[in-house]
Design a protein around this ligand. Structure first.
Ligand SMILES: O=C(CO)COP(=O)(O)O
Ligand SMILES: [Zn+2]
Length: 210
């Protein structure tokens, strides 16, 4: 996709997330790998509902701003993921309601916060590792995500939100939507006896792909 088209797609998809209540205020940020040297990332403080294509930031792999407005303070962790996972082409970071609620619970399994109970969670996301709490923009989030980047595509930031990778921006968005829905179901099912998918069922789904 050409750079201008990519910018317009990011503006449209971000607005769609905002209009459907996945983000409020200035929370959340999106990025896309433009080529081996550069990523496109949303500006810091910008509402996902009101982005402007010409103001989106282009930064190099060391975080230097090449064009556009000042990049997201989380662009450091976006870059850490791209550097450590060549298969990741786009990243969505949100404070969406159910995943953020989940991120505030005590006693989550750090390797996988949601044990699988539906096929699409397995097919699109697989597992949800948990990064301990650090303040937004803290370099430790980048370090922790960099270490985990090639072992999964979705990560819960404790007491903060979620980070989801995809092959491209549409894929990352769809993975995020599936994950937010899974977290919603997880809360709806509290107090009910869940039949979790068995190890054999999960293995079968992993072979099928999405
Ligand atoms: O979600 C956010 C911080 O974690 C938003 O930060 P930015 O506005 O800098 O992208
Ligand atoms: Zn955030």
């Amino acid at each position: 996709m050409r750079e201008e088209e990519q910018k317009l797609q990011m503006v449209a998809l971000a607005r769609s997330l905002f209009e459907r209540g996945y983000s409020v205020g200035g929370a959340g940020n999106l990025s896309v790998r433009l080529d081996r040297e550069r990523i496109l990332v949303t500006p810091t403080g910008a509402s996902l509902g009101r982005l402007q294509a010409e103001r989106l930031a282009v930064v190099d792999m060391r975080g230097n701003l090449l064009s556009g407005d000042k990049p997201s303070k989380e662009s450091v962790f976006h870059l850490a993921i791209y550097r450590n996972n060549p298969a990741c082409g786009a990243i969505v970071h949100l404070h969406s309601t159910y995943l953020t609620a989940l991120s505030c619970l005590q006693g989550l399994d750090p390797d996988n916060a949601i044990r699988a109970f539906t096929p699409y969670y397995v097919m699109r996301v697989g597992k949800l590792a948990v990064v301990p709490y650090y303040p937004p923009g803290d370099g430790n989030i980048a370090r922790e995500l960099g270490e985990r980047a090639n072992r999964g595509k979705a990560f819960l930031l404790a007491n903060h939100g979620v980070v989801v990778c995809g092959e491209n921006l549409v894929d990352a968005l769809e993975n995020t939507e599936e994950l937010e829905e899974t977290a919603k179901l997880y809360f709806i099912l509290q107090g009910h006896k869940i039949r979790y998918l068995t190890a054999a069922e999960i293995k079968d789904l992993e072979h099928r792909g999405k």
